[in-house]
Design a binder for this molecule. Structure first.
Ligand SMILES: *[C@@H]1O[C@H](CO)[C@@H](O)[C@H](O)[C@H]1NC(C)=O
Ligand SMILES: *[C@@H]1O[C@H](CO)[C@@H](O)[C@H](O)[C@H]1NC(C)=O
Ligand SMILES: *[C@@H]1O[C@H](CO)[C@@H](O)[C@H](O)[C@H]1NC(C)=O
Ligand SMILES: *[C@@H]1O[C@H](CO)[C@@H](O)[C@H](O)[C@H]1NC(C)=O
Ligand SMILES: *[C@@H]1O[C@H](CO)[C@@H](O)[C@H](O)[C@H]1NC(C)=O
Ligand SMILES: *[C@@H]1O[C@H](CO)[C@@H](O)[C@H](O)[C@H]1NC(C)=O
Length: 374
């Protein structure tokens, strides 16, 4: 990595300006429920409100959550489960029934804004589901129109593994096994319906794979003196997240869709993990989340080097540590709050972490923190 002065601002004029439309820089929280020790749904919605978040994403269409959201100002993303994608893809009646049962009764009192079809579908087999994804999205979108749910956009969150190359960012390329049959129709759908590309993006994972190659502060958006210059685009990067976001932007552009907006459907950093999972700790989690909130709430918006000044709506993963998630220890340690609703801040205080603790993160960046987490 080279060291370059910051000159991004002078480049602003060279890039097409994006209309930010009605998108406001709001931070959301992903509310996963894979724990056997979590507070009730209505208590959880209260916690999310008190954290000052403006959006919430859930991983199903849980009736209790959607009811608890009624009358709040939280915009909601609701998810169509992976398991029914294949059936929905070939059956409009089934799509209509799903939307009629899971969305219509709550709309518009619950501010449902995004209907996400599946979760990281391209990251797991069977590949038969991959090819049914876009047909299912079209059917769901047709149902949304049929029921007059005007403010709902249809999308699907994908992980970074939809790309086969993300380095340098200008080399961003979608995987060849999905490029023509899934990604191209997906981008056409998102473009035509003015929806967004929903991306789950974690700098933690590339950093944890190559801690010798990637500077920790660069991954935490905390580096002040490290820059990377993309040799092809000439763009200069000051953090790993921008590199990853731009690699997706370049990959879309390569397929002829340079204007589809990004929506960060998940990002975060683990606050704990197994003993060999270095870097997964409360201090780094607080630093990362704090810097992400600061970056995406900035006014005027910062955007990324490839799209300076563009608003990128962002959801932090996740509300709670979820003790029933499978996989390595980090998977169960992405929460902003302990399952008992108590903030990580308390532990930070005990550890005498003073500079970038959770308390200051919450107070500074989730504005209306009035509560005592206990
Ligand atoms: C999909 O449809 C088939 C045939 O109607 C049915 O047997 C199956 O249970 C359905 N799968 C799901 C997940 O609903
Ligand atoms: C489509 O879904 C509806 C509602 O679940 C079901 O009654 C019907 O049998 C399905 N059609 C086909 C061809 O599977
Ligand atoms: C789907 O995966 C199977 C193996 O799991 C493979 O044989 C097949 O070629 C794949 N199909 C496509 C269209 O990629
Ligand atoms: C660019 O991406 C391709 C795959 O799409 C890969 O083969 C190549 O190594 C990448 N270039 C660099 C410089 O990493
Ligand atoms: C960058 O900053 C960090 C901490 O602020 C410092 O430890 C490091 O030596 C600096 N690196 C260079 C190359 O200036
Ligand atoms: C909440 O859980 C954390 C982690 O287990 C613990 O340290 C803290 O004391 C608990 N707070 C309350 C009020 O029980």
């Amino acid at each position: 990595m080279g060291f370059f002065p910051f000159f991004l601002l002078s480049l602003l004029a060279l890039y097409p300006s994006f209309s930010n439309g009605e998108m406001k820089p709001k931070i959301g929280i992903c509310y996963g429920q894979l724990g056997n020790n979590l507070p009730t749904q209505s208590k959880s919605i209260q916690l999310i409100k008190k954290l000052g978040a403006k959006r919430v994403k859930i991983y199903d269409a849980n009736t209790k959550i959607l009811n608890a959201l009624k009358g709040t100002h939280l915009q909601a993303s609701v998810m169509v489960p992976n398991e029914i994608i294949t059936n929905i893809s070939s059956n409009q009646t089934l799509a209509d029934e799903w939307v009629k049962t899971n969305v219509v009764p709550f709309y518009p009192k619950t501010l449902i804004r995004y209907l996400l079809v599946g979760n990281e579908i391209l990251s797991n087999p069977p590949n038969t589901t991959w090819f049914n994804l876009v047909p299912a999205m079209r059917k769901i979108r047709w149902s949304v129109k049929k029921f007059g749910l005007k403010r709902i956009k249809v999308g699907t969150p994908l992980a970074m593994d939809a790309l086969e190359s993300s380095y340098p960012p200008s080399n961003g390329t979608f995987r060849s096994d999905v490029r023509d049959k899934v990604i191209k129709p997906l981008l056409r759908f998102l473009d035509r319906t003015k929806s967004l590309y929903f991306l789950d993006v974690y700098t933690y994972f590339p950093w944890a794979n190559q801690p010798d190659q990637i500077n920790l502060d660069y991954a935490l958006l905390a580096a002040t003196n490290i820059t990377y210059k993309d040799p092809v685009s000439g763009l200069t990067y000051t953090n790993l997240l921008d590199q990853m976001l731009d690699s997706v932007i370049f990959a879309m552009k390569r397929l002829g869709y340079p204007n589809i907006r990004l929506f960060i459907a998940e990002t975060g950093w683990p606050n704990g993990g197994d003993i060999d999972q270095i870097g997964a700790n409360i201090y780094n989690a607080a630093t990362y989340n704090r810097n992400v909130v600061k970056k995406f709430m900035a006014k005027p918006p910062i955007g990324t080097p490839a799209r300076p000044g563009v608003v990128i709506p962002t959801m932090i993963f996740a509300l709670y540590n979820e003790n029933q998630k499978p996989g390595p220890g980090t998977e169960r340690h992405f929460g902003l709050l302990y399952p008992n609703g108590s903030s990580m801040a308390l532990l930070c205080r005990l550890l005498r972490i003073q500079v970038m603790d959770y308390a200051s993160f919450l107070v500074l960046h989730f504005k209306s923190l009035k509560m005592d987490f206990e």
